[in-house]
Write a protein that binds this ligand. Structure first.
Ligand SMILES: NC(=O)c1ccc[n+]([C@@H]2O[C@H](COP(=O)([O-])OP(=O)(O)OC[C@H]3O[C@@H](n4cnc5c(N)ncnc54)[C@H](OP(=O)(O)O)[C@@H]3O)[C@@H](O)[C@H]2O)c1
Length: 254
């Protein structure tokens, strides 16, 4: 049985809590957060507290707070015997300080409010400073996922950067596409088969081989017309910058 205290009440804390709660070998002892209102989600099932200076003892303390707050929250765990692990892709293990056993438990997926995720299919990237701690994180990770990877802080930094391009930026482009549809009385769902195919074909082709569109074809008039259609200056710049990058990647100058 692995005992766990979760620090944080956001998307990742909720998703991990829900999964941990259903697993017999994981005992969630306490959830900590700054706001009582956010703790309401957990308090029917588990002890909750806003007092970070009075934290229960556990095998693993999972810090699932905003990246910039990880180091600050880790300080409340100084002197604890258990392993302190954060869930961030972009924060180095060293941010956890030197006063406790340190680790990382990074689920490589996008978690949003109200959208359940099957954690079994989510890669969990773990890191620790010694074999004993790594084994403990491995045990926890294997209870929730079929894909567990030992990843260094440097590798994780790169995975996180790649994930920002693959997910966060792509989603922003979907947002722009959705606005263009709405402004022209079109349902965004008309693009769904195209969006699905964009991802589906990556099973068969490398991304560079799958590129299509006006930029790779050098359809200059079409690109000019698209930029003129856009009223938002940021969106015009994004269009121009991405078109330039596509052309240069494929060996042509704009
Ligand atoms: N969302 C994802 O897709 C995803 C995926 C993998 C990893 N992660 C990582 O998981 C961590 C949590 O992300 P999230 O998406 O769950 O964030 P989130 O939903 O925005 O929640 C952030 C949490 O951090 C708490 N917090 C912020 N500053 C704090 C402070 N100074 N002291 C105590 N608590 C503080 C917030 O508390 P308040 O409500 O009181 O502000 C909230 O509970 C981050 O490190 C993130 O990089 C996120």
């Amino acid at each position: 049985m692995i005992s766990v205290v979760i620090l944080g009440t956001g998307n990742v804390a909720k998703h991990l809590f829900d999964v941990f709660w259903d697993i017999e070998e994981i005992n969630v002892l306490q959830v900590l957060g700054r706001k009582k209102k956010k703790l309401a989600y957990f308090k029917e099932k588990v002890a909750t507290s806003t007092d970070f200076s009075n934290i229960d003892n556990a095998d693993i303390f999972l810090i699932a707070v905003s990246d910039d707050a990880v180091a600050e929250v880790a300080q409340f765990l100084n002197g604890k015997k258990g392993l302190v692990a954060h869930t961030s892709g972009g924060v180095p293990i060293a941010a956890l300080g030197n006063e406790s056993r340190k680790g990382v438990f990074y689920p490589l997926q996008s978690f949003s409010e109200g959208k359940p995720i099957n954690l079994k299919k989510v890669p969990i990237c773990i890191e620790a400073e010694n074999k004993v701690d790594l084994k403990l994180l491995q045990e926890l990770a294997q209870l929730v996922s079929l894909q567990v990877h030992e990843i260094s802080s440097d590798q994780r930094k790169s995975i996180h950067l790649a994930a920002v391009f693959a997910n966060n930026f792509t989603n922003h482009l979907f947002t722009i596409a959705s606005e263009i549809c709405t402004d022209n009385d079109l349902p965004f769902s008309i693009l769904t088969p195209l969006i699905k195919e964009t991802v589906e074909k990556l099973k068969y082709l490398a991304p560079i081989e799958a590129q299509t569109g006006p930029a790779i074809r050098s359809d200059v008039k079409t690109m000019e017309s698209h930029i003129n259609q856009l009223k938002n200056k940021n969106y015009q710049d994004i269009y121009s910058m991405l078109s330039k990058s596509i052309k240069e990647k494929h060996g042509q100058k704009l």
